[in-house]
Design a protein around this ligand. Structure first.
Ligand code: ADP
Length: 302
């Protein structure tokens, strides 16, 4: 049994780091590239496993070289792969990532591949695993009917549910009712609330609007500014760690992984947020997404 189940996608991230993100029609000479694991779900599962959490990853991949990369990466990180569906007729996903080495900011094009065809029937075979987990964490990269079905089953069976609502897209009222923690970044929070966030006050307004939609606890991540949390009673604002960010790809995933792990070991919310904030901060100091997730040792050292 795993403490945490993550539903999501694996993609091979092909990232190029250079002096800027090229504009349309422009060619630049970069200086470093990396091919490594990516996909929000996979990154979050790696973050949890590297902190010492027992995690089960539910996903779908193709039977190709990037599918091999997926299985090797997951095994190497001690992630349970019994629930990975492999389909030889489909391609494993890939993401093309352009990174500005000065700010660590990026532009990304994701081809989801195999998991875009994930169905409720396929996933029903893994449902017992979700039922027996303490925490269920997911995002919006697999078909929404599958995501909603898993959130509902998780909630009915007493799991704490976390939806990292990314990439931002419309979700029904039913989603909100089955979410304990909702973890958008600033742009995603603006999408769901219509409130543009430029300071703590606006983050608070947006978070309260999210609570009114039916979720129980809102965490808005604010990039290099940190995060804002509220459950309607308690409010916590944390500044980001002061690190030299070179690639922020996967920072939100590191954050969600850290949060899920903290909740699984029943830490109080403030400590969960501090841990997630640290994990995310450290992840920005390395190129790549899944590969940049820190080990527990790196967290306790700061
Ligand atoms: P996403 O990666 O989903 O866009 P954010 O950009 O909000 O999400 O980042 C998520 C978290 O990562 C932040 O709340 C913070 O903890 C950490 N983080 C992001 N950028 C930086 C940075 N430049 N320095 C330190 N921490 C950062």
């Amino acid at each position: 049994m795993s403490d945490i189940s993550v539903l999501g996608i694996f993609v091979a991230d092909i990232s190029f780091s250079g002096p800027k993100i090229p504009s349309v029609g422009e060619t630049i000479l970069g200086n470093k590239y990396n091919v490594g694991p990516g996909g929000k779900g996979c990154n979050q599962a790696i973050a949890i496993a590297r902190l010492g959490g027992k995690v089960n990853f539910i996903s779908k991949i193709g039977k190709d070289s990037y599918g091999e990369l997926a299985l090797n990466t997951l095994k190497k990180n001690n992630i349970n792969i019994e629930n990975i569906i492999q389909d030889e007729k489909l391609q494993t996903g890939v993401a093309g990532i352009l990174v500005d080495q000065n700010s660590g900011k990026n532009a990304i094009n994701v081809i989801v591949g195999a998991p875009s065809s994930l169905t409720i029937n396929e996933i029903d075979k893994q449902i017992n695993l979700i039922k027996s987990s303490k925490i269920f964490l997911t995002q919006l990269e697999v078909p929404k009917d599958v995501t909603l079905r898993c959130l509902k089953i998780a909630k009915e069976n007493g799991c704490v549910t976390i939806l990292n609502p990314a990439p931002a897209s419309e979700i029904s009222k039913e989603f909100y009712n089955n979410i304990d923690f909702f973890t958008p970044n600033e742009t995603e929070a603006e999408f769901y609330t219509g409130i543009k966030i430029t300071n703590e006050q606006e983050a608070k307004q947006a978070a309260n609007k999210l609570l009114n939609l039916g979720i129980k606890k809102a965490i808005i991540t604010l990039g290099e500014k940190g995060l804002f949390y509220t459950d309607g009673k308690e409010e916590i604002y944390l500044k980001a760690s002061s690190v030299k960010a070179i690639d922020t790809t996967g920072a939100g995933d590191a954050f969600n992984g850290g949060l899920a792990y903290g909740l699984s070991i029943e830490k109080p919310i403030k400590e969960c947020l501090e841990l997630a904030n640290k994990v995310a901060g450290i992840s920005t100091t390395k190129l790549g997404a899944g590969d940049a997730m820190p080990y527990l040792k790196a967290i306790t050292n700061i």
